[in-house]
Write a protein that binds this ligand. Structure first.
Ligand code: BEZ
Length: 333
Protein backbone atom coordinates (compact mmCIF):
# COMPACT_ATOMS: atom_id res chain seq x y z
CA UNK A 1 0.00 0.00 0.00
CA UNK A 2 1.20 3.51 -0.74
CA UNK A 3 2.57 5.21 2.31
CA UNK A 4 1.85 8.88 2.69
CA UNK A 5 4.25 11.12 4.51
CA UNK A 6 2.27 12.95 7.12
CA UNK A 7 3.00 16.57 7.94
CA UNK A 8 4.14 15.40 11.36
CA UNK A 9 6.58 12.91 9.85
CA UNK A 10 7.86 15.55 7.44
CA UNK A 11 8.41 17.96 10.31
CA UNK A 12 10.11 15.22 12.26
CA UNK A 13 12.31 14.58 9.21
CA UNK A 14 13.23 18.22 9.26
CA UNK A 15 14.10 17.92 12.92
CA UNK A 16 11.20 20.25 13.73
CA UNK A 17 11.46 20.30 17.50
CA UNK A 18 9.80 22.92 19.72
CA UNK A 19 11.48 26.31 19.59
CA UNK A 20 14.09 26.82 22.27
CA UNK A 21 14.92 23.13 22.85
CA UNK A 22 18.61 22.39 23.11
CA UNK A 23 19.52 19.95 20.35
CA UNK A 24 22.14 17.21 20.76
CA UNK A 25 25.26 17.26 18.56
CA UNK A 26 24.16 14.30 16.43
CA UNK A 27 20.91 16.13 15.70
CA UNK A 28 22.93 18.98 14.17
CA UNK A 29 24.78 16.40 12.04
CA UNK A 30 21.45 14.94 10.89
CA UNK A 31 20.47 18.44 9.77
CA UNK A 32 23.47 18.86 7.47
CA UNK A 33 22.62 19.12 3.74
CA UNK A 34 23.27 15.84 1.99
CA UNK A 35 23.63 14.95 -1.66
CA UNK A 36 22.38 11.47 -2.53
CA UNK A 37 23.81 9.80 -5.65
CA UNK A 38 21.46 7.57 -7.61
CA UNK A 39 22.81 5.35 -10.40
CA UNK A 40 20.73 4.04 -13.31
CA UNK A 41 21.39 1.83 -16.33
CA UNK A 42 18.70 3.64 -18.32
CA UNK A 43 19.27 6.85 -20.34
CA UNK A 44 17.84 10.29 -19.42
CA UNK A 45 14.65 10.08 -21.57
CA UNK A 46 13.65 6.75 -19.97
CA UNK A 47 10.52 6.61 -17.78
CA UNK A 48 12.60 5.48 -14.79
CA UNK A 49 14.88 8.52 -15.02
CA UNK A 50 11.95 10.91 -15.36
CA UNK A 51 10.13 9.38 -12.42
CA UNK A 52 13.21 9.38 -10.21
CA UNK A 53 14.16 12.92 -11.15
CA UNK A 54 10.66 13.97 -10.04
CA UNK A 55 11.18 11.97 -6.85
CA UNK A 56 14.43 13.85 -6.19
CA UNK A 57 12.56 17.15 -6.42
CA UNK A 58 9.86 15.82 -4.10
CA UNK A 59 12.44 14.68 -1.56
CA UNK A 60 14.29 18.00 -1.75
CA UNK A 61 11.06 19.93 -1.12
CA UNK A 62 9.82 17.61 1.62
CA UNK A 63 13.17 17.92 3.42
CA UNK A 64 13.30 21.70 2.96
CA UNK A 65 16.35 21.35 0.75
CA UNK A 66 18.40 19.16 3.10
CA UNK A 67 18.45 16.24 0.64
CA UNK A 68 19.35 16.69 -2.99
CA UNK A 69 19.43 13.77 -5.43
CA UNK A 70 21.87 13.56 -8.36
CA UNK A 71 21.13 11.01 -11.07
CA UNK A 72 23.91 9.14 -12.88
CA UNK A 73 22.16 7.68 -15.97
CA UNK A 74 23.11 5.31 -18.80
CA UNK A 75 25.41 3.09 -16.74
CA UNK A 76 27.84 6.02 -16.19
CA UNK A 77 28.88 4.41 -12.90
CA UNK A 78 29.25 0.97 -14.50
CA UNK A 79 26.85 -1.87 -15.22
CA UNK A 80 24.29 -3.04 -12.69
CA UNK A 81 26.70 -5.53 -11.10
CA UNK A 82 29.18 -2.70 -10.50
CA UNK A 83 26.46 -0.44 -9.09
CA UNK A 84 25.33 -3.17 -6.71
CA UNK A 85 28.89 -3.46 -5.45
CA UNK A 86 29.09 0.31 -4.96
CA UNK A 87 25.81 0.22 -3.01
CA UNK A 88 27.24 -2.50 -0.83
CA UNK A 89 30.29 -0.43 0.13
CA UNK A 90 28.32 2.81 0.44
CA UNK A 91 30.16 4.44 -2.52
CA UNK A 92 26.74 4.78 -4.16
CA UNK A 93 23.63 5.78 -2.18
CA UNK A 94 20.70 4.67 -4.30
CA UNK A 95 19.65 2.85 -7.46
CA UNK A 96 16.71 1.32 -9.25
CA UNK A 97 18.21 -2.04 -10.22
CA UNK A 98 16.54 -4.67 -12.36
CA UNK A 99 15.53 -7.90 -10.65
CA UNK A 100 17.83 -9.53 -13.23
CA UNK A 101 20.89 -8.24 -11.42
CA UNK A 102 19.41 -9.01 -8.01
CA UNK A 103 18.61 -12.59 -9.08
CA UNK A 104 22.31 -13.03 -9.85
CA UNK A 105 22.93 -12.58 -6.11
CA UNK A 106 19.73 -14.05 -4.67
CA UNK A 107 18.21 -17.09 -6.41
CA UNK A 108 14.84 -16.51 -4.72
CA UNK A 109 14.24 -13.52 -7.04
CA UNK A 110 14.32 -15.91 -10.01
CA UNK A 111 10.61 -16.45 -9.28
CA UNK A 112 9.87 -12.96 -10.61
CA UNK A 113 11.70 -13.76 -13.86
CA UNK A 114 9.90 -17.03 -14.57
CA UNK A 115 8.36 -17.29 -18.05
CA UNK A 116 4.64 -16.56 -18.24
CA UNK A 117 4.41 -15.86 -14.51
CA UNK A 118 2.08 -12.88 -15.16
CA UNK A 119 -0.45 -12.85 -17.98
CA UNK A 120 -0.16 -9.16 -18.77
CA UNK A 121 1.01 -5.85 -17.37
CA UNK A 122 -2.05 -5.38 -15.13
CA UNK A 123 -1.41 -8.73 -13.47
CA UNK A 124 2.32 -7.93 -13.19
CA UNK A 125 1.50 -4.73 -11.27
CA UNK A 126 -0.76 -6.69 -8.91
CA UNK A 127 1.83 -9.43 -8.47
CA UNK A 128 4.58 -7.01 -7.48
CA UNK A 129 2.35 -5.67 -4.69
CA UNK A 130 1.42 -9.13 -3.45
CA UNK A 131 2.88 -10.17 -0.07
CA UNK A 132 4.76 -13.06 -1.76
CA UNK A 133 6.73 -10.67 -3.99
CA UNK A 134 7.09 -8.00 -1.28
CA UNK A 135 8.32 -10.63 1.16
CA UNK A 136 11.39 -11.24 -1.04
CA UNK A 137 12.59 -7.71 -0.30
CA UNK A 138 13.09 -8.59 3.36
CA UNK A 139 16.10 -10.75 2.53
CA UNK A 140 17.95 -8.01 0.64
CA UNK A 141 19.89 -6.28 3.45
CA UNK A 142 21.60 -9.50 4.45
CA UNK A 143 22.14 -10.84 0.93
CA UNK A 144 23.14 -7.63 -0.86
CA UNK A 145 23.87 -4.95 1.74
CA UNK A 146 20.95 -2.91 0.38
CA UNK A 147 17.55 -1.92 1.70
CA UNK A 148 14.85 -2.67 -0.89
CA UNK A 149 12.00 -0.14 -0.71
CA UNK A 150 9.56 -1.18 -3.41
CA UNK A 151 9.25 -2.61 -6.91
CA UNK A 152 9.24 -0.55 -10.08
CA UNK A 153 9.04 -2.08 -13.53
CA UNK A 154 9.19 -1.68 -17.27
CA UNK A 155 6.70 -3.27 -19.63
CA UNK A 156 6.32 -6.94 -20.46
CA UNK A 157 9.09 -8.53 -22.53
CA UNK A 158 8.74 -9.54 -26.16
CA UNK A 159 11.09 -11.30 -28.58
CA UNK A 160 12.00 -9.24 -31.66
CA UNK A 161 14.09 -10.66 -34.49
CA UNK A 162 15.98 -9.21 -37.44
CA UNK A 163 14.54 -11.91 -39.72
CA UNK A 164 10.91 -13.01 -40.06
CA UNK A 165 9.91 -15.50 -37.36
CA UNK A 166 6.94 -17.80 -37.90
CA UNK A 167 7.70 -20.90 -35.83
CA UNK A 168 9.87 -21.98 -32.92
CA UNK A 169 12.20 -23.61 -35.45
CA UNK A 170 12.95 -20.13 -36.84
CA UNK A 171 14.36 -19.14 -33.43
CA UNK A 172 16.56 -22.21 -32.94
CA UNK A 173 20.26 -21.42 -32.72
CA UNK A 174 19.66 -17.70 -33.12
CA UNK A 175 21.57 -15.29 -30.89
CA UNK A 176 19.19 -13.35 -28.70
CA UNK A 177 20.30 -10.49 -26.51
CA UNK A 178 19.24 -10.99 -22.90
CA UNK A 179 19.69 -8.99 -19.71
CA UNK A 180 22.48 -10.77 -17.83
CA UNK A 181 20.50 -13.08 -15.47
CA UNK A 182 20.56 -16.84 -14.91
CA UNK A 183 16.76 -17.43 -15.10
CA UNK A 184 16.53 -15.50 -18.38
CA UNK A 185 19.51 -17.38 -19.81
CA UNK A 186 17.96 -20.71 -18.78
CA UNK A 187 14.62 -20.00 -20.47
CA UNK A 188 16.25 -19.02 -23.76
CA UNK A 189 18.49 -22.11 -23.64
CA UNK A 190 15.37 -24.23 -23.08
CA UNK A 191 13.71 -22.84 -26.21
CA UNK A 192 16.86 -23.54 -28.26
CA UNK A 193 18.12 -20.00 -28.74
CA UNK A 194 21.65 -18.81 -27.97
CA UNK A 195 21.24 -16.27 -25.14
CA UNK A 196 23.77 -13.45 -25.38
CA UNK A 197 23.97 -11.29 -22.23
CA UNK A 198 24.46 -7.62 -23.00
CA UNK A 199 23.73 -4.56 -20.88
CA UNK A 200 21.11 -2.15 -22.22
CA UNK A 201 23.55 0.50 -23.56
CA UNK A 202 25.40 -2.12 -25.69
CA UNK A 203 22.42 -3.49 -27.64
CA UNK A 204 22.11 -0.93 -30.40
CA UNK A 205 25.51 -1.59 -31.90
CA UNK A 206 25.21 -5.39 -31.61
CA UNK A 207 21.81 -5.47 -33.31
CA UNK A 208 22.78 -2.94 -35.99
CA UNK A 209 25.87 -4.87 -37.05
CA UNK A 210 24.27 -8.33 -36.86
CA UNK A 211 26.28 -9.63 -33.89
CA UNK A 212 22.93 -10.70 -32.48
CA UNK A 213 19.80 -11.91 -34.32
CA UNK A 214 17.20 -10.67 -31.89
CA UNK A 215 16.43 -9.00 -28.59
CA UNK A 216 14.44 -9.76 -25.46
CA UNK A 217 13.01 -6.34 -24.59
CA UNK A 218 10.02 -4.29 -23.50
CA UNK A 219 8.13 -1.87 -25.77
CA UNK A 220 9.76 1.27 -24.39
CA UNK A 221 13.30 -0.02 -24.93
CA UNK A 222 12.38 -1.02 -28.50
CA UNK A 223 10.83 2.36 -29.27
CA UNK A 224 13.53 4.49 -27.60
CA UNK A 225 16.17 2.75 -29.73
CA UNK A 226 14.02 2.44 -32.90
CA UNK A 227 14.60 -1.32 -32.97
CA UNK A 228 11.31 -1.63 -34.90
CA UNK A 229 13.35 -0.34 -37.87
CA UNK A 230 15.94 -3.12 -37.44
CA UNK A 231 13.60 -6.05 -36.72
CA UNK A 232 11.14 -7.71 -39.10
CA UNK A 233 9.12 -9.60 -36.46
CA UNK A 234 8.09 -9.01 -32.88
CA UNK A 235 6.60 -12.04 -31.15
CA UNK A 236 4.06 -10.46 -28.83
CA UNK A 237 4.56 -12.99 -26.06
CA UNK A 238 4.48 -11.08 -22.75
CA UNK A 239 6.77 -13.95 -21.71
CA UNK A 240 8.44 -12.17 -18.78
CA UNK A 241 7.49 -9.32 -16.54
CA UNK A 242 10.47 -7.07 -15.81
CA UNK A 243 10.60 -5.73 -12.26
CA UNK A 244 13.21 -3.51 -10.68
CA UNK A 245 13.82 -2.63 -7.04
CA UNK A 246 14.34 0.82 -5.51
CA UNK A 247 17.44 0.24 -3.38
CA UNK A 248 19.46 2.20 -0.86
CA UNK A 249 22.86 1.23 0.45
CA UNK A 250 22.20 -0.29 3.92
CA UNK A 251 25.40 1.37 5.13
CA UNK A 252 24.12 4.79 4.11
CA UNK A 253 20.58 4.05 5.32
CA UNK A 254 22.04 3.19 8.75
CA UNK A 255 23.58 6.65 9.07
CA UNK A 256 20.21 8.41 8.64
CA UNK A 257 17.93 9.57 11.43
CA UNK A 258 14.80 7.37 11.70
CA UNK A 259 12.53 10.14 10.41
CA UNK A 260 14.78 10.62 7.37
CA UNK A 261 14.68 6.89 6.64
CA UNK A 262 10.90 7.06 6.70
CA UNK A 263 10.88 10.15 4.49
CA UNK A 264 13.07 8.47 1.86
CA UNK A 265 11.27 5.13 2.06
CA UNK A 266 7.84 6.76 1.92
CA UNK A 267 8.51 9.13 -0.97
CA UNK A 268 10.38 6.46 -2.99
CA UNK A 269 7.50 4.02 -2.43
CA UNK A 270 5.02 6.62 -3.69
CA UNK A 271 7.18 7.29 -6.76
CA UNK A 272 7.59 3.61 -7.67
CA UNK A 273 3.89 2.91 -7.10
CA UNK A 274 3.07 5.80 -9.43
CA UNK A 275 5.48 4.34 -12.00
CA UNK A 276 3.77 0.93 -11.84
CA UNK A 277 0.30 2.53 -11.96
CA UNK A 278 1.28 4.29 -15.19
CA UNK A 279 2.40 1.08 -16.92
CA UNK A 280 -0.91 -0.28 -18.31
CA UNK A 281 -1.66 2.97 -20.14
CA UNK A 282 1.91 3.20 -21.45
CA UNK A 283 1.85 -0.43 -22.56
CA UNK A 284 -1.37 0.12 -24.53
CA UNK A 285 -0.03 3.28 -26.18
CA UNK A 286 3.40 1.87 -27.02
CA UNK A 287 1.92 -1.42 -28.26
CA UNK A 288 -0.30 0.52 -30.68
CA UNK A 289 2.75 2.47 -31.86
CA UNK A 290 4.65 -0.74 -32.62
CA UNK A 291 1.66 -2.37 -34.34
CA UNK A 292 1.60 0.67 -36.64
CA UNK A 293 5.31 0.23 -37.52
CA UNK A 294 6.75 -1.82 -40.41
CA UNK A 295 7.64 -4.65 -38.03
CA UNK A 296 5.31 -7.64 -38.16
CA UNK A 297 3.72 -8.11 -34.70
CA UNK A 298 2.61 -11.70 -33.99
CA UNK A 299 0.58 -12.48 -30.85
CA UNK A 300 2.20 -15.63 -29.42
CA UNK A 301 1.18 -17.68 -26.36
CA UNK A 302 3.11 -20.04 -24.04
CA UNK A 303 2.13 -23.07 -26.20
CA UNK A 304 4.50 -21.74 -28.89
CA UNK A 305 7.39 -22.73 -26.59
CA UNK A 306 6.39 -26.40 -26.05
CA UNK A 307 7.30 -27.71 -22.60
CA UNK A 308 9.98 -25.08 -21.91
CA UNK A 309 7.88 -23.43 -19.18
CA UNK A 310 7.37 -26.71 -17.30
CA UNK A 311 11.09 -27.48 -17.63
CA UNK A 312 11.94 -24.04 -16.29
CA UNK A 313 9.71 -24.56 -13.27
CA UNK A 314 11.31 -27.93 -12.54
CA UNK A 315 14.78 -26.34 -12.60
CA UNK A 316 13.95 -23.14 -10.72
CA UNK A 317 11.21 -24.33 -8.30
CA UNK A 318 13.71 -25.56 -5.67
CA UNK A 319 15.92 -22.46 -6.04
CA UNK A 320 13.05 -19.97 -5.89
CA UNK A 321 10.19 -21.21 -3.66
CA UNK A 322 8.10 -18.10 -4.45
CA UNK A 323 7.72 -19.43 -8.01
CA UNK A 324 5.23 -22.15 -7.06
CA UNK A 325 3.54 -19.78 -4.61
CA UNK A 326 3.02 -17.14 -7.29
CA UNK A 327 1.76 -19.68 -9.85
CA UNK A 328 -0.79 -20.82 -7.23
CA UNK A 329 -1.79 -17.27 -6.26
CA UNK A 330 -2.15 -16.16 -9.91
CA UNK A 331 -3.45 -19.21 -11.79
CA UNK A 332 -3.63 -18.84 -15.57
CA UNK A 333 -7.00 -20.61 -15.70
C1 BEZ B 1 17.26 -4.33 -20.07
O1 BEZ B 1 18.39 -4.67 -19.68
O2 BEZ B 1 16.69 -4.93 -20.98
C2 BEZ B 1 16.59 -3.17 -19.41
C3 BEZ B 1 17.12 -2.64 -18.25
C4 BEZ B 1 16.48 -1.57 -17.66
C5 BEZ B 1 15.32 -1.04 -18.21
C6 BEZ B 1 14.81 -1.58 -19.37
C7 BEZ B 1 15.43 -2.64 -19.97
Amino acid sequence: MTRFITRRASLAALGGGAAGLALPANHARAQAPRELRLGLITPPPHTWNQQLAAWGTRLRDASNGRFTVTLFPSGQLGNEAAMLQQLQTGALDLSLLTVSEISNRVDAFGALLAPFIARNIEEAVRMLRHPIALGLLNGLPQATGCVGFRYGMVGMRQISTREVTNTLADLRGKKVRITPAAPTRDFFNLIGMAPTPLPLPAIFEALSNGQIDGVDLDFESIINNRFQDLCRTMLLTNHFMFPAVGLMSARVFGTLAPADRELIRGTMTEALDALCDSMPEREARQGAQLRASNMQVRPTGPEFFGDAVAQFDRAWGPRAPALAQLRAAFPRG
